[in-house]
Ligand binder design. Structure first.
Ligand code: PXP
Length: 253
């Protein structure tokens, strides 16, 4: 089984910074630390309301990732503004996500089935510019097929519902949601899509997700930034990395 990459999402370093309107903590410094601690890439979501990551953060993160030769995964809504920003920076990857201003976080995946005609031309333009395009979708076979049909090269499967069910002690629901993630990953792989996963992952939920053999990358943020308060960002990332590696080693054994 191939090594699973870890993308560290540093959005919530900016959330803490913005809570006081100060210049610290700096998401770019967090990105540097994350890369030094073993992250394979950096993920940042420029929300339309700029509630955490700012345009200036994206400018700086693009420079840092380029200088370090590591991928920047730019998460964004499917809007003309975000498309223009992606095309201006040419990050390694763009992950297309749904966005509603009133939501606390990205609740549910992008509806690629319904949004096909809006999403497809955006994907074409981003891919033509050399950006690797991913659609953040629920673990649903129709969404997987739609992501393939709009021309995305990658799907990122939304693990939020699974992680919430685990944390809520809803075992049967969690098992069913994990089965959906496995089926969607297998189908996406069969269709030639690269498969990623993310949202809500912590130390408990990472191993069952990481054991899904088709997965190539996990994107993890909120839990790691929270854990960094207690043990530091580097150790939190190293522990997550170790759990991912254990899950893969157990599966291969
Ligand atoms: N992947 C995507 C597409 C996301 O939108 C997010 C949250 O911004 C993440 C991964 C990371 O989720 P979390 O912060 O819950 O680990």
């Amino acid at each position: 089984m191939s090594r699973l990459r870890l993308g560290v999402n540093i959005d919530h370093v900016a959330t803490v910074r913005n809570a006081r309107g100060e210049g610290y903590p700096d998401p770019v410094r967090a990105a540097e630390m994350a890369l030094a601690a073993g992250a394979d890439g950096i993920t940042a979501h420029l929300r339309e309301d700029r509630r955490h990551i700012s345009d200036a953060d994206i400018d700086a993160l693009a420079v840092t990732c380029r200088r370090r030769g590591r991928p920047l995964n730019f998460e964004c809504a499917v809007t003309p503004e975000m498309e223009a920003i992606a095309l201006a920076h040419l990050p390694h990857a763009a992950c297309l996500v749904p966005e509603r201003r009133e939501e606390v976080t990205t609740e549910g995946g992008l509806d690629v089935v319904k949004g096909h005609n809006t999403i497809a031309p955006v994907v074409v333009r981003l891919v033509q510019a050399g950006i690797r395009v991913s659609c953040f979708i629920d673990a649903d076979l129709a969404q997987v097929a739609a992501a393939r049909s709009v021309g995305a090269q990658v799907v990122e499967l939304h693990t939020g519902a699974y992680c919430e069910a685990v944390r809520g002690g809803r075992r049967e629901e969690a098992d069913a949601l994990l089965a959906n993630l496995k089926a969607a990953a297998a189908e996406a792989h069969r269709l030639g899509l690269e498969v990623h996963a993310g949202h809500g992952i912590d130390y408990e939920t990472v191993k069952p997700v990481a054991a899904i053999p088709e997965l190539m990358e996990l994107n993890i943020g909120h839990f790691l930034i929270g854990e960094a308060i207690f043990i530091g960002l580097g150790p939190a990332i190293q522990r997550m990395r170790a759990l991912m590696d254990e899950a893969r080693a157990t599966k291969a054994a």
